[in-house]
Design a protein around this ligand. Structure first.
Ligand code: SAH
Ligand code: SF4
Length: 362
């Protein structure tokens, strides 16, 4: 514990591991949220970044025990959008007021997939230029692939470590998945010049409050720019989620824990981008707004055609796409204004932490 505390203070958490633990487990939720929101306003302002999320393929070569689109779920109809479909959706999102997008999919490591994504990125960059931000969330890849995609126009990459506890990681993944490789990918992404995002699931079976405190210290040690965390939600067609249905009390508990993690991450890390995730919304219809008021500053409405939603069910009761995205930007602006914040329509929404560490924004 002493050693951890020293590391966390050297590498940049603003509060000690003991304080992180206290805030996660004992501080009353209301006062925790109030303190985190004050840090958010001081570091980021009353501003919320907007990203368009495109779930462009549900084909995945991996078999993570918790995920509904794992390779072993043979009941799922798989899809992959065409190059033209993705590019026109990106152009539509831009027209509708989005200043950036996130391309997310299952994990495929192949030359064909690398070139496919590269072509999509080049076409988006050719049409929309560098003022339009592109984030990738396509799983683990080699350094060469990360470099090619960065060259082709991607600015940010999201790769959740899922848990900083290696032992817990090995319990929720098959043997062929390596925690070290995932962590090394985060380091490669940083070397390639990406704004690097990671995150964890909260309330995993066997996860402790100490694990969650260490997750926040992990974010600081790896000097992460963007964080996406959400509650773990069981999926019935997975080995981990089989037979588990959350009752209302369990949903509330999980939701509160995820809010606590957002709040403590904001207090401990300061100027990073923190997403108010879809999984929060799955547990509470006002989850997104509550996430912002607990210290998050990014929302990512799903603009994928709703015909694909059934085939991209990572977890049970995942919210459907926000249908016509043009209409939604206006609606979302009002929603965000209703909690006293401003939605950054048409902006790239870069991480202030990346700028502060001297990252190159092109
Ligand atoms: N294949 C890529 C990106 C898609 S999965 C990757 O794995 O990085 C995106 C995220 O969905 C995962 O990182 C995981 O944290 C989350 N996820 C998957 N199953 C989930 C579940 N049952 N509950 C909550 N989040 C889940
Ligand atoms: Fe595939 Fe990502 Fe789901 Fe794992 S979490 S099975 S890599 S989509």
């Amino acid at each position: 514990m002493e050693e951890k505390k020293e590391i966390s203070q050297k590498k940049g958490t603003r509060i000690s591991r003991d304080e992180i633990l206290f805030l996660l487990s004992e501080e009353p939720l209301d006062s925790l949220i109030e303190r985190a929101y004050a840090v958010k306003v001081a570091e980021i302002g009353k501003r919320v970044s907007l990203r368009a999320l495109i779930e462009w393929s549900s084909v995945c070569s991996k078999n993570c025990y918790y995920c509904g689109i794992r390779r072993g779920n043979s009941a799922l109809a798989r899809y992959r959008m065409s190059e033209d479909e993705i590019v026109s959706l990106a152009l539509k999102a831009h027209k509708d007021g989005y200043g950036n997008l996130v391309l997310q999919s299952g994990e495929i490591e192949s030359d064909e997939n690398t070139s496919f994504v590269e072509r999509v990125l080049k076409r988006i960059a050719a049409s929309l230029g560098d003022d339009f931000g592109v984030t990738l969330s396509l799983g683990e890849q080699t350094d060469e692939v990360f470099e090619r995609w960065r060259e082709a126009g991607a600015h940010r990459y999201l790769l959740r470590i899922e848990t900083s506890n290696r032992e817990l990681y090995s319990k929720i993944h098959p043997q062929e998945c390596s925690w070290e490789r995932r962590r090394n990918c985060l380091r490669s992404l940083r070397k390639c010049g990406y704004q690097v995002g990671t995150g964890v699931m909260c309330a995993l079976p066997g996860q402790t409050i100490e694990d969650l405190a260490d997750d926040i210290i992990f974010f600081a040690e790896e000097d992460i720019d963007m964080i996406g965390m959400g509650p773990y939600i069981p999926h019935p067609a997975t080995p981990l989620g089989q037979g588990e249905v959350l009752d209302e009390a369990a949903k509330r508990e999980r939701f509160d824990l995820a809010l606590r993690m957002i709040a403590v991450a904001r207090i401990a890390l300061g100027d990073v981008n923190i997403a108010s995730t879809t999984a929060l919304q799955a547990l509470d219809p006002q989850g997104r707004e509550k996430g912002i008021l607990a210290g998050a500053n990014v929302i990512m409405p799903n603009v994928t055609d709703s015909k694909y939603n059934e085939s991209y069910n990572l977890y049970a009761d995942k919210p459907r796409s926000d249908s016509a995205c043009g209409e939604d930007v206006g609606k979302l602006s009002h929603l965000v204004e209703s909690i006293g914040e401003k939605l950054l329509v048409g902006e790239r929404g870069d991480s202030p932490h990346y700028k502060a560490r001297g990252g190159d924004l092109v």
